[in-house]
Design a protein around this ligand. Sequence first.
Ligand SMILES: Cc1cc2nc3c(=O)[nH]c(=O)nc-3n(C[C@H](O)[C@H](O)[C@H](O)COP(=O)(O)OP(=O)(O)OC[C@H]3O[C@@H](n4cnc5c(N)ncnc54)[C@H](O)[C@@H]3O)c2cc1C
Length: 461
Amino acid sequence: MVENLGPSWYSFLFRGAFGSPNCDGVKLPDTPFTEPVQCDVLVAGGGPGGSTIAALLAERGRNVVLVEKDRHPRFHIGESLLPMNVMLFERMGIRDEIERIGMIKHGVEFISPNHNKSVTFDFANAIDKRFPYAYQVRRSVLDELLFNHARAKGATTIEGCRVDEVEFLRGGGARISAHTEGGEERSWRARFFVDASGRDTLLASRFGIKQRNLRHNSAAIFGHFRDARRLPGKAEGNITVFWFDKGWFWFIPLSDGTTSIGAVCRPDYIKSRKIDLGAFFMDTIAMCPAIADRLSDAKLLGPVTGTGNYSYRSERMTGESFIMLGDAFAFIDPIFSAGVFFAMNSAFAGADAVETCLDTPKRTRRALRRFETKTRRGIDTFSWYIYRATRPALRNMFMSPRNILGIEEAMLSLLAGDVFRLSTVRARLLIFKLIYYISSILTPSRTYHAWRQQRRNLEAG
Ligand SMILES: Cc1cc2nc3c(=O)[nH]c(=O)nc-3n(C[C@H](O)[C@H](O)[C@H](O)COP(=O)(O)OP(=O)(O)OC[C@H]3O[C@@H](n4cnc5c(N)ncnc54)[C@H](O)[C@@H]3O)c2cc1C
């Protein structure tokens, strides 16, 4: 079983994953599974990535089983979506349903203590004007809706059932075993396996290929408030990012009147906590007068949650009979609210790849490579900005946007998540990077200081 992977299994899974001669002589484990149920595709994880790929493949007539360890609706963090999510909802035919549960988010407001002002980016000014807004959502509601949508499209959906083991078979396919909340064992034989298990990183953890991000680390504390003061008028649903000494805050207004507040901080700061998490959170809010002011009449609802350093990436994303989607492969940082979009976008690309693998096994390698290139491109594009988000040069560029050679529009397209399609966006972002490097060189001592601070964080994390 994968849990007890020995060197020969490792070599079968990875070196021989595309049927190379290297897998000759590898012994298959002889653990019998009781009556595995046959299916085309088994998806582990009913979050946005898993539910989306299950819906897409089931709609195309595939026999799909979607297995979720929890029961919907269940809490999940990650409430701010991007305009490019709206494009995907439209393609899935569920845009109206999402609009009913979401708070309209027209843009992003940035507030920096060093600049004494706020700057708002309206998505309507991005290069592609077709998706001028996004949504803020309760993830419990969104994820349940997507899960039910997969069922409506024909996927077999199972909740309260945790996938435990995945055994990849010589010649393709996988045997999957799981157990239900009641302790009942379940097993399937699938032609293809999709790991959409989120931060549980089912395959990456089992294979021992999950790597801490060496270029970035941060941790978060978050809670929900009633009566937080929102922006007036049309901007009411905008997300606000407040930079402060220890990191940055998100302010995400939700349609039920509550507001999600989270602090994303350096791990050394979080580790310095000596008091209870709720009190620590309120003390942290007090360090940022701009957000403290917006919360002056607000009441904290429910518990405060902390998440440790969450920046990681798996060494691989695909194998002959599997792909990883969304957080099951990697997660960097929430500053650009791109996690749900990445998970869903990789599900779209993944559905095409899985179809090719099932229908034309000869093209498996090429289909998986295309899927991987596309998925990595988005993550790498955002990573460049995430790694520099707290550097003065980048902050200055966000706080004093100028549309020289169309770079402000390109920044908006980036903030909208439009980094996969338009080459004009990528070209203009190159100019943005060039300006960033020039302005970093022009302020050497500030750049060095920020770089040193970042190094210290990484060492402390
Ligand atoms: C502090 C913080 C703030 C964030 N804010 C944002 C934001 O504002 N906007 C945004 O877009 N993203 C945000 N994200 C990221 C976002 O939460 C994720 O990127 C997104 O949920 C990924 O979707 P997914 O489908 O890959 O995984 P998930 O949504 O995590 O879904 C995975 C599912 O798999 C299930 N599962 C796990 N293991 C098993 C198993 N063995 N068997 C069966 N089921 C299993 C889990 O129960 C879960 O339902 C944030 C992340 C963090 C840490």
